[in-house]
Design a protein around this ligand. Structure first.
Ligand code: 8ID
Ligand code: ZN
Length: 351
């Protein structure tokens, strides 16, 4: 561990509501089953803002180093770790660790593990130069990968890839992606394209429309202009029957209540976005006679991670991101609060 410094720079949330404070802290030491990753780039997910605001009914560690889309280089490992080497590229994602032996872990639903450790939420995350991850869970990143470009895949990519699988659609069918111009949304459009699925982007404003069409959306509906979202989304589908699935990524409640109305009969509404205090609401009669399915989808397991990263490595996933210094994290949150981010911001931990 000789080249690993004792001190590092980090963005620390010292109290609920923030802001982040850029300061020097100790470099952590990995436990027996952990690795220490020198984080080069970390994507900024809307979840990081939820964590800072403390607006979910799940207790958050405080003080906290946020971040869970961290890509970097393994610089130290615990004595039980023998399947990842110093110098290997690795990613620290939302699911930092899990027990690997409960019913859920045994069935590869690791995100449901009651002892799951969450990066940048229940354990310190990746808005620091050196972060810890359980070796079993860190994403293996192939040598030569562009670490800034892959960072958003570590949460946004894995999550939407899993969500598409949970939607149960086939190539040639149609998914409406709600919140398509955001971080998760732009990646969802790219995964749909790679998987041969038609994607209708739903978001607001011309910048996001342009982005969605360039990411491979087959159509776009602007929720800020539409007078009837239900009709407008259905009108973009084959025979006006509605999309086979809706993937909800928006951070507002309303679209969660509209989706059941425009999804195709026998279709699936996949909930991924988590607006604070929001509820799902749908008419029971319609849900029954249209045989609508509601599905929550929460990040992905280790195999989903491997598959989602493989799509990236094959050059199929190219979503836009802007690189800023770690020092500028509070500015990124300000833009995020205004819904003004098209795509993803990635912080460079050396700046
Ligand atoms: O595992 C999970 N379920 C998981 C994983 C990662 C992230 C869930 N999330 C959650 C985040 O916590 C957040 O609640 O997904 C949500 C979206 O994260 P994000 O993509 O990182 O957020 P963003 O970049 O701010 O994008 C949100 C988009 O929603 C649009 C906004 O314009 C923005 O582009 N949007 C909103 I707000 N209201 C909308 C509406 N009514 C809308 N789009 C369409 N219709
Ligand atoms: Zn995330």
């Amino acid at each position: 561990m000789s080249e690993v410094p004792k001190k590092q720079m980090a963005q620390v949330i010292e109290q609920k509501g923030g802001p982040c404070v850029y300061k020097e802290i100790d470099v952590p030491t990995p436990g027996p089953d952990e690795v220490l990753v020198n984080i080069k780039y970390s994507g900024v997910c809307h979840t990081d803002l939820h964590a800072m605001n403390g607006d979910w009914p799940l207790p958050v560690k405080m003080p906290l180093v946020g971040g869970h889309e961290g890509a970097g280089v393994v610089v130290a490992r615990g004595e039980l770790v023998d399947d990842i080497e110093i110098g290997d590229l690795a990613g620290i994602k939302w699911l930092n660790g899990s027990c690997l032996s409960c019913d859920f872990c045994m069935q590869s639903d690791e995100s449901l593990c009651p002892k799951a450790l969450l990066s940048g939420y229940t354990v310190d995350g990746t808005f620091q130069q050196y972060a810890i991850g359980k070796a079993a869970h860190v994403a293996r990143i192939p040598k030569g990968t562009d670490l800034a470009a892959i960072a958003p895949v570590l949460c946004a990519g894995i999550t939407v890839y899993k969500g598409i699988k949970e939607a149960g659609v086939r190539p040639g069918q149609t998914i409406a992606i709600v919140g398509a111009g955001g971080g998760l949304g732009s990646l969802a459009l790219q995964y749909c394209k790679a998987m041969g699925i038609h994607a209708i982007g739903v978001d607001g404003g011309e910048e996001k429309e342009k982005l969605c069409m360039s990411m491979g959306a087959t159509a776009f509906v602007d929720f800020t202009k539409s007078k009837n979202i239900v009709k407008d989304v259905q009108a973009k589908t084959n025979e006006g029957l509605g999309p086979h699935a809706v993937i909800l990524l928006a951070v507002s409640e309303k679209p969660f209540q509209q989706a059941a109305e425009y999804v195709r009969p026998r279709g699936t509404v996949v909930c991924i976005g988590m607006p604070a205090g929001a509820y799902l609401k749908a008419p029971v009669f319609d849900t029954v006679v249209r045989m609508v399915r509601f599905q929550g989808s929460y990040v992905g397991n280790r195999q989903d991670t491997k598959e989602a990263l493989d799509f990236f490595s094959r050059g199929l996933i190219k979503a836009p991101y802007k690189i800023v210094g770690l020092t500028e994290l509070n500015d990124v949150y300000d833009k995020m609060k205004q819904g003004a981010i098209a795509g993803r911001y990635v912080v460079d931990t050396s700046k």
